[in-house]
Design a protein around this ligand. Sequence first.
Ligand SMILES: [Ca+2]
Ligand SMILES: [Ca+2]
Length: 493
Amino acid sequence: MNKKYKRFNGITFLIAAFAILALTIGCTDPVEQSQPDTGENGYLTISIDGAGRTILPINANLSASSYTLVLSAPFKDSRTETWNGSGSKQVSLSPGTWSLVITGKNNNNDTIVRGSRDLIVITPGQTTTETILLQPVVDMEGTGTFTWNIDYPSGVTGAYMIITPLDSEFQLDSENQSTYCFTGYDNWDVNRVSKSNNNSPLELQSGYYKVEFFITGSDENSVSHNIGRVDYLHIYPSLDSYFGYNFTFGPTNYIISYNLNGGSGTQPSSQTVREGNSVTLASGSGLSRTEYAFGGWNTNAAGTGTNYNASSTFFPTGSITLYAKWIQGVIFSENFESTNSFTLVNGSQTNKWYVGTSTYYGGSRSAYISSDSSTYGYNNGSSSTVHMYKDVQFPQSSSPYTLTFYWRGTAESGYDFLTVHLVDTSTTISAGTTPSGSFGTNYVGNSNWTQATISIPASNSGTTKRLVFTWRNDSSVGSQPIAVDNIELRLNN
Ligand SMILES: [Ca+2]
Ligand SMILES: [Ca+2]
């Protein structure tokens, strides 16, 4: 036997000895053999049940500020984790079947809530999610009170409340009932439970209860509702647990009401709008006030609140009364910068009214004649007669009115020009035809912006008339058509 062989023989013996020892130790723990750790952990994500509101006594330090999580599993070391309770908590655990106990303490270090869960299976590389409902750790001795204040909408036809103890040791009252059930909107008081019991709190043994509130009824649209909520009630000795809640039938109907605010005419009917829907506001047509012009709607009578244009689309966020806004002086103005209040009547004429940015007096837009529906310019070889008009309501007044506007346009004197007309609203405005009854003059021969002023007699007071701007051109000669901006109609004060 050489030296090398001898050494090998010694090592072999040692390995064999260790193997026997290891086998012997291993056999003393068969469980470990049958449930070996794989080496890869799984994850447990824990959150606290927030579905039910917890009704706690007021004036008591019962909010948990810190939580302790104790996790245990057979044949494994238990784990202890701390948590502030916000969001969720993730713990890495070796695979197996775990149990969890959560306790929450208040700032005084009193344990006030407790929750637990068994049979949490942790799988390698997987996340297991558990939501734990916490129950109060209640001093079993003594009684506390429960106070509530319930509001609900009109149209309720039935209302009831059920209080169920979640700990079988407790009975609710001397009649040995485990559940209160109060049915009927009119019966709240009859059954010792009213919508508000601030003056006579319900006395209950300290403990943990489920409280269910339900109401049934119909909303303004006769749509039936059956709604309710569930809460968890914690009663502590000598403390009052309070619950306040406002039931609504949703979605809600909002009422838009109108106030003429000193004006005369037919008050627009109220409008009912379902929450989340829009409504077209009243036009204000036919409303008038001496010496004033109707200027749309406002949220207050002074006109200093939010303005809403007549006939505009409105999304109410609650019921609202809108007041007619009365403007002294200006009856209307149009600068063509946003919505154009004039109706364009171009028919199939070559040269057309167009609102655009090719020329303007103020801002960046005006109304002008264009042969290509864009550029300020016209085709003087193709005769055209086109209009833009607006129905104007002249407020009651003994004073005349003044129409002003800015215009430009060299055009062609005697052949191509602008005229302004005031006609009855029954007059049809047609492309190719010039309305009768022009006032002012023929506007022509001015390449630069200039202001025109037209006086309108007080005889129009209280009437609605159609104000028409008419462009015409013949089929030869002429340059630079008409453009109009900053039209304003005022009541002379
Ligand atoms: Ca303008
Ligand atoms: Ca011409």
